[in-house]
Design a protein around this ligand. Structure first.
Ligand code: URA
Length: 227
């Protein structure tokens, strides 16, 4: 495992933060100055500012994200963070983002490699969203959403679009751009009133209430890794 990933998993810093520590010469591997491309195994002894770092167990958490929580780790407004809801010793971070007012499935982990992989659009994890919108969902709208939509950061990949009720639509996408669903729906004239994510790849919210979380099973982790 790369040295920055090892430090991130141990909860020392983010990967980028770990790179900075390495470049500042504050990290040693078996007593020698650590290098960015060092490959760390279980037997290596890694220290930051001469303090020995213990590697942490990999954790994979599925949270039912409640409304009015943020997925970013720093916030100038001091709003409640999703990570405040999970009291475990390991430092897990959200895989991708959900908006402050979006609810539903959120994966958190300290497995940086998996997080990286899952967030890459080429990985094509299906994310299912249910949006309550202002306006009516017509066959024309469904057709527009099933084709690329021109957004300011480029065209979207076609979504799977399904009408649930007069003003509720289900969209399945595999990209994860900022505010993507809200922007796609705004582009077809449907402002979003409420947004919920019931599914992320093989994961859903069965058995969880808003704000609750559970550990993924070994099978679920294997399914995510296999993609
Ligand atoms: N798309 C959005 O607009 N917001 C989210 O939180 C997730 C997807």
């Amino acid at each position: 495992m790369r040295l920055n990933a090892y430090l991130a998993r141990a909860g020392v810093a983010s990967r980028r933060g770990a790179d900075r520590l390495i470049l500042e010469g504050r990290v040693t591997v078996n007593g020698e100055p650590g290098q960015l491309n060092d490959d760390i195994s279980e037997d290596d002894s890694v220290a930051v500012d001469d303090k020995l770092i213990k590697s942490q167990k990999l954790r994979y958490i599925l949270l039912y994200k409640p409304d009015r929580t943020i997925t970013t780790l720093k916030d100038t407004e001091n709003r409640p963070k999703v990570t405040d809801l999970i009291d475990i010793p390991e430092r897990v971070v959200p895989v991708g983002r959900l908006d402050f007012d979006t609810t539903g499935v959120l994966l958190l982990s300290n497995d940086g490699d998996l997080g990286h992989k899952l967030m890459h659009p080429s990985f094509e994890v299906d994310k299912v969203y249910e949006a309550e919108v202002k306006g009516h969902i017509t066959p024309k709208i469904l057709d527009l959403l099933s084709n690329p939509i021109q957004l300011e950061d480029g065209p979207t990949a076609p979504a799977k679009a399904r009408k649930l009720t007069e003003n509720k639509i289900e969209l399945t996408i595999h990209e994860g751009r900022n505010h993507q669903i809200k922007r796609m729906l705004a582009a077809v004239g449907l402002p979003v009133k409420r947004l919920h994510r019931p599914k992320y790849g093989p994961l859903d919210l069965a058995g969880l209430k808003s704000g609750q979380w559970r550990e993924l099973t070994k099978d679920e982790v294997a399914q995510l890794k296999q993609r």
